[in-house]
Design a protein around this ligand. Structure first.
Ligand code: ZN
Length: 111
């Protein structure tokens, strides 16, 4: 069972993570802007640009998904069920919550 202090601490962590993810998302959005078809940087560089775009697109999707989870979980921190695994119902280790507050399953159920 999480204490009030722990919940307050988790909320602060989630806020920081959201701010970082928002920043990252903005940056990735710029990086994933469409690669110009007639770019004058040459064939090799253009292929590099397309490869990077694929990587950045995936990073963008992951970050966006994580951000959504963080926003969802932010509203749940005060809920008594928060901090318990949604699968087995056992308490999730506080260290795990601090590192990945958006995860709602314990380390045993996540594998
Ligand atoms: Zn579990």
């Amino acid at each position: 069972m999480l204490s009030e202090e722990q919940r307050t601490e988790i909320k602060a962590i989630i806020e920081t993570m959201i701010a970082e993810a928002e920043k990252e998302l903005l940056l990735l959005k710029e990086l994933t802007a469409a690669v110009a078809p007639d770019t004058a940087i040459g064939r090799i560089s253009r292929m590099d640009a397309i490869n990077n775009k694929t990587v950045n697109d995936a990073a963008y999707r992951n970050t966006r998904k994580r951000l959504k989870q963080l926003y969802n979980v932010q509203e749940m921190v005060d809920d008594p069920s928060y901090g318990k695994c949604v699968r087995c119902g056992k308490p999730i280790a506080y260290e795990r919550i601090m590192i990945m507050p958006e995860k709602r399953v314990c380390v045993h159920c996540s594998t």
